[in-house]
Design a protein around this ligand. Sequence first.
Ligand code: ADP
Ligand code: ADP
Length: 229
Amino acid sequence: RGHVRFEGVRFGYDDDMPILKGIDLDVAPGSTVAVVGPSGAGKSTLARLMYRFYDLTGGRMTIDGQDIAHVTQASLRAAIGIVPQDTVLFNDTIGYNIAYGREGATRADIEGAAKGAAIAGFIERQPDGYDTRVGERGLKLSGGEKQRVAIARTLLKNPPILILDEATSALDSRTEAEIMDTLEAIERGRTTIVIAHRLSTIVHADQIVVLEAGEIVERGTHAELLRLG
Ligand code: ADP
Ligand code: ADP
């Protein structure tokens, strides 16, 4: 479960301005692909297309052989979890921010589930006893802590497919390093698409593709790409 394929994917926000110019990519179930490349290359656009925010102008994307054009938005949302670059929190508790909108949950369910996610995951590892903080308000959290809330939210959904859209790029490099192992832990067993800006943050990816101006210009493992340098 979670076999993602892009076949000749073409897309433009305007008819006369192609942004993605024929992307072919096969992401084996449970594997991690990293997409790197300069700003404006089309990386985020590729991620948004998986959620079907826009229709393709050519080619297709499939999940387990099913064309996503024929999959409901609700099933896509159930199958795919996104950890965005900047997490915006509600003016509410950490628990609420982790669990809002989750299926039929009462407020007590939400806080309980959030605590479960926290304990099952990583939050307990915080030196300041983060696991006891689900009832605390989330607005004062640091950037790294906010990203942990976003990760816990995704963990609670337990999606087979994960998109990390520059999930650490707004953080300083120390904080980034601190949450890298957490991210690797939630990637385990899931098909993951990591959009990254630095090659150093994606050493663990099974394959890396370099996107430039809407085309894949290189692909390989981390070691292979470093050799190309
Ligand atoms: P990356 O994630 O690699 O930085 P993006 O996918 O964000 O690249 O952007 C690719 C190109 O698409 C850029 O030229 C950008 O200006 C353009 N673009 C992104 N979003 C929109 C949009 N909503 N409408 C029109 N053009 C967009
Ligand atoms: P869910 O819908 O599974 O509960 P969330 O509500 O936590 O997941 O976040 C997924 C939603 O967040 C998507 O429907 C999308 O609207 C939005 N979103 C957040 N960040 C991004 C991103 N980087 N790219 C595309 N969509 C994003």
